[in-house]
Design a binder for this molecule. Structure first.
Ligand code: MF3
Ligand code: CO
Length: 292
């Protein structure tokens, strides 16, 4: 979208209170130069203000506290409804709202995806964690209208070394993603680096589901792919906030959705899948992890 020209002496659109010419004018011109070359660039709605960033960070404190608590309490024999209960109770105690609940009709407070479940596993008292399981707990919080989103893997008891490796390499994929968030580079540079590390280890990355802008809404533009090509996708600029959340499959990247609940995504071959998620802010020099 073409950006509106801003009056040079008017207060900057970012809300800093500074004159536009002393604030985001050069930034806008730099973005415009990429847009003229036909590149995908973010519009102003995707650039977070200082106030927005503070709000997202406060929301993230709750999200990370909830995941810490789950990390302390998770064990074999526990059912995944108990995980949902921790999310509900702790989030409420800290003044937040679980973002998942009722999101497009989602019935629970959190996603708990075990083994061959790629994502959107629905907590249930009938799903009991057992020794050797790997589970992703994907948690999202709203506080004062600001969204935070992150997920972690947990290994239950004695996990097969091959499965442990999948969990560890997937974490490395996320970390490589973080290192490759560089302002004025492209999302595709980052996505490609993530993908390459998975491929180097013989794994495959899910294509259809990816990350997203996040902060003022749960899911904002852009869609963040981890199978993208260098130099493609949206330009990364300071002030953008998005998630890095690759879903890495030990076997095929083919997936299917549970027909009964309409949510849970599985690997087509029944082999395990892992995912780690962080929410990052693009800075002048790289990125800052806001939620992990
Ligand atoms: N937390 C997920 C994400 O990382 C979204 C879950 S949506 C839900 O984007 F409805 F399934 F909860
Ligand atoms: Co997310």
């Amino acid at each position: 979208m073409m950006m509106k020209k801003w009056q040079r002496n008017a207060p900057c659109w970012c809300g800093s209170g500074k004159k536009y010419k002393m604030c985001h004018e050069a930034f806008d011109e730099r973005i415009l130069s990429y847009e003229k070359k036909g590149r995908i660039v973010p519009d102003r709605s995707l650039i977070k203000s200082e106030k927005d960033i503070e709000g997202i960070k406060k929301s993230a404190v709750i999200n990370m506290t909830v995941l810490d608590e789950i990390g302390e309490k998770i064990h074999a024999g526990m059912n995944t409804q108990e995980i949902d209960d921790i999310v509900a109770t702790t989030t409420a105690k800290m003044g937040g709202i679980p973002a998942d609940l009722n999101y497009e009709g989602y019935p629970k407070n959190v996603c708990t995806s075990i083994n061959d479940q790629v994502c959107h596993g629905i907590p249930s008292k009938d799903v009991i964690l057992k020794d050797g399981d790997i589970i992703n707990v994907d948690c999202s919080t709203i506080l004062d209208g600001y969204f935070s989103d992150s997920s972690r893997m947990f290994m239950i008891g004695d996990v097969d070394p091959e499965w442990k490796k999948l969990v560890e390499v997937t974490k490395e994929c996320m970390e490589i993603g973080i290192k490759n968030v560089i302002p004025w580079h492209f999302m595709g540079d980052m996505g490609h680096a993530v993908h390459q590390h998975a491929l180097d280890n013989g794994y495959n990355v899910v294509k259809e589901i990816g990350g997203h802008g996040c902060g003022l809404e749960f899911h904002e533009d852009p869609f963040v792919s981890y199978v993208s090509k260098p130099g493609t996708e949206m330009l990364m600029v300071p002030g953008m906030v998005f998630t890095i959340e690759p879903m890495v499959n030990m076997g095929t990247d083919k997936i299917f959705i549970d027909e009964d609940n309409g949510w849970t995504v599985y690997t087509d071959d029944g082999l395990p899948s892992a995912q780690w998620e962080v929410e990052v802010l693009v800075t002048e020099t790289g990125c800052e992890v806001l939620c992990s």
